[in-house]
Design a protein around this ligand. Structure first.
Ligand code: BGC
Ligand code: CA
Length: 345
């Protein structure tokens, strides 16, 4: 029904445009408003909170005397049903482009159907739908980063640290006893980061002994909890903690601090993201290193793409992989270069 209305009004617009052209006015009809509806899986997520601040900022830059840029953000608080409803509300409110951070990245069909029926393109971000789902319609895009790259970089950072600091192998058995703190099961960045960090360490010739792992869903408090259990189980044996993100690495450190462990009794910790707190922890030598998840680059790419989709201008300047994907590169952060990321250099 709605679709038919849209088509009908589009036809009227075409007619008007043709009539204008016929009268000698060549200029195509311009869109005067970019109205972005953002659906976020959980706004209390540290990385996403920071990324969305950047995004609002970048969208503001598109404001001009003849273009309005509006951003409305909805928080699904971890429920896919809620997110489906929120997307419907955003479409009803008149959004002309959607940015969707799926709760369940394997379950985008309802949202895709809603968007297609109303002809509102979607840019998915951070939580990558499976390839087949992105093929469902030609107005679907993805902005994010390559999980594999972040895992490899985390492995390289840890290998470098282990090679240069013999104290990390505290029991001097020539092996590094480690635990992994993992993000949500099913998230592309959880499984792949873990696998590639561990594989890279092995390829770099580091001998490893896996003690255990804990799932902490990207969350600092959950990571502290899991880490307390792991410390209870393995006492002083843990020499290395690989966390799938900074918040969980910081939660692991919280657990040691709570137990009043001195630095000599602590493992080394590595995160991923370079959130504000993560970078400060690297600067203060609490985190041995992190991998920068370029939130500014992702926000910028998403803003540019949203604007290009709506205005029809600038699309040919955007470089896609496989016509739909934009991946921003990761980079390694240690105490040596953290100042640059903190904007202090
Ligand atoms: C980030 C995590 C974040 C997750 C949310 C990942 O790319 O590294 O910090 O919690 O995305 O989807
Ligand atoms: Ca050891």
């Amino acid at each position: 029904m709605k679709k038919r209305k849209v088509l009908a009004s589009a036809a009227v617009c075409c007619l008007c445009a043709q009539m204008l052209c016929a009268c000698g006015e060549q200029e195509a009809e311009k869109t005067d408003k970019i109205y972005v509806g953002v659906a976020c899986y959980n706004q209390s997520d540290t990385f996403l909170g920071e990324m969305l601040e950047c995004f609002k900022d970048r969208m503001n830059n598109f404001e001009s005397s003849d273009l309005q840029a509006i951003v409305t953000i909805r928080d699904a608080a971890g429920l896919q049903r809620t997110q489906n409803d929120q997307v419907k509300e955003l479409i009803d409110a008149g959004c002309n482009v959607l940015c969707v951070n799926l709760v369940d990245r394997a379950d985008p069909s309802e949202i895709i159907d809603l968007a297609r029926d109303n002809d509102v393109p979607i840019i998915f971000f951070n939580r990558e739908p499976v390839a087949e789902d992105l093929q469902q319609w030609d107005q679907l895009y993805y902005v994010g980063a390559d999980a594999r790259e972040s895992g490899v970089m985390q492995g390289e950072l840890a290998a470098d640290a282990i090679r240069t600091d013999s104290r990390i192998d505290r029991n001097k058995d020539g092996k590094i006893q480690y635990v992994v703190l993992e993000g949500e099961p099913g998230h592309q960045d959880a499984i792949i980061r873990t696998e590639d960090a561990v594989d890279t360490l092995k390829n770099e010739g580091i001998r490893l002994e896996k003690l255990s792992y804990g799932i902490a869903n990207w969350n600092r408090a959950q990571a502290q909890n899991r880490m307390q259990q792991l410390i209870g189980q393995y006492q002083n044996d843990i020499e290395l903690v690989l966390a799938n993100n900074d918040d969980m690495a910081l939660g692991a450190i919280d657990a040691y601090v709570k137990l009043n462990r001195t630095e000599a009794g602590m493992p080394v910790f590595f995160g991923i993201d370079g959130t504000d707190v993560g970078l400060k922890a690297v600067r203060d030598s609490k985190l041995a290193g992190t991998v920068y998840n370029d939130k500014e680059g992702q926000a910028e790419a998403m803003a540019k793409l949203a604007a290009a989709i709506v205005t029809g201008e600038g699309m040919d300047e955007i470089k896609f992989e496989n016509e739909k994907y934009i991946y921003l590169p990761y980079s390694k952060v240690t105490k040596d270069n953290v100042g640059r990321y903190l904007g202090e250099e």
